[in-house]
Ligand binder design. Structure first.
Ligand SMILES: NC(=O)c1ccc[n+]([C@@H]2O[C@H](COP(=O)([O-])OP(=O)(O)OC[C@H]3O[C@@H](n4cnc5c(N)ncnc54)[C@H](O)[C@@H]3O)[C@@H](O)[C@H]2O)c1
Length: 264
């Protein structure tokens, strides 16, 4: 097997069953790849079901165990259908990565109520919907690990990102609440706070500024690594949190931002 940068040694998740939301592209696809390369059976869920299927097919072609499914985290019915899919496929689920997310750019005053609801419904309520559906199934088969993809914006505010920043901050306390409520039942729940990572979401954000190159230089200038982050670097972090190596981590968050949040 080819070992790419950020890929885990095979076997760290051998036999595990992991569901990744928003896995058709970007961070979700990279997290799914890291988990599959580490030996997990991976269900890739996304609003864009055909694209999730296509990513799963590349993993299967590389010798891994994966399948795609259409999943809308704003629908409890769709979330429960994804749980049935993974249980019918593998009989249990040991890992859940709440990665599906969206960004609407508007400041505190110009943001509409519909925009507030739309962002919170995916980024925060969506993660709660999956968590409340999956936790009982995980407990029934011995517990599991949940990883919530928050953001550096869960810790700090960025101009004109109020709904996004609020949703990501809420996700950090959903993470702690899940750990506190179900840690004794074998559930670990941790979060990742990525900085700026090269994905379609980031590209769309940069293009919306009208000068993508200048906006990218500005973001890079805010960290101490001199580049944007790579999806596989978040994938490697998620893999660690999913694995037993993080067995005493619960209710925590890990920042993956090239020291951007460390600067004044
Ligand atoms: N890229 C970054 O710089 C960055 C930084 C910090 C946090 N994040 C977070 O990481 C996660 C992934 O970001 P990305 O950059 O890969 O984004 P992306 O926009 O490239 O991909 C997001 C995926 O989520 C899916 N999705 C959206 N709504 C959904 C829904 N209702 N149900 C199921 N799937 C849905 C989309 O179809 C898409 O495939 C998001 O939660 C994002 O907020 C990204």
């Amino acid at each position: 097997m080819a070992v790419t940068q950020g890929a885990a040694p095979a076997g760290r998740l051998a036999g595990d069953v992991v569901v990744v939301t928003g896995a058709a592209r970007g961070l979700g696809a990279a997290i799914a790849r890291a988990a599959a390369e580490a030996g997990a059976h991976v269900l890739l869920g996304d609003l864009d079901g055909p694209r999730a299927d296509a990513v799963a097919a590349t993993l299967v072609a590389a010798g891994h165990s994966a399948r795609g499914t259409t999943l809308d985290v704003t629908s409890q019915q769709s979330v429960e259908a994804s749980l049935q899919t993974v249980l019918e496929w593998q009989g249990r689920v040991t890992g859940l990565v709440n990665n599906a997310g969206r960004l609407i750019e508007a400041d505190v005053v110009s943001l509409t109520e519909e925009q507030w609801d739309a962002v919170l419904d995916v980024n925060l309520k969506g993660a709660w919907r999956t968590t409340r559906a999956y936790v009982p199934a995980m407990i029934e088969t011995g517990g599991g690990s949940i990883v919530n993809i928050s953001s550096l914006e869960g810790l700090f505010a960025r101009p004109a990102h109020v709904a996004y920043a609020v949703s990501k901050a809420g996700l950090l306390n959903l993470t702690r609440a899940t750990a506190v409520d179900f840690g004794r039942s074998g559930i670990r729940c941790n979060a990742i706070c990525p900085g700026s990572i090269e994905t379609e979401m980031l590209t769309q954000h940069l293009e919306a500024t009208g000068d993508a190159d200048a906006a990218a230089s500005d973001l890079i200038g805010r960290n101490r690594t001199g580049r944007l982050g790579r999806p596989e670097e978040v994938g490697a972090t998620a893999l660690f949190l999913l694995s037993g190596e993080a067995g005493f981590m619960n209710g925590s968050h890990v920042v993956v931002d090239g020291a951007r949040g460390a600067t004044t």
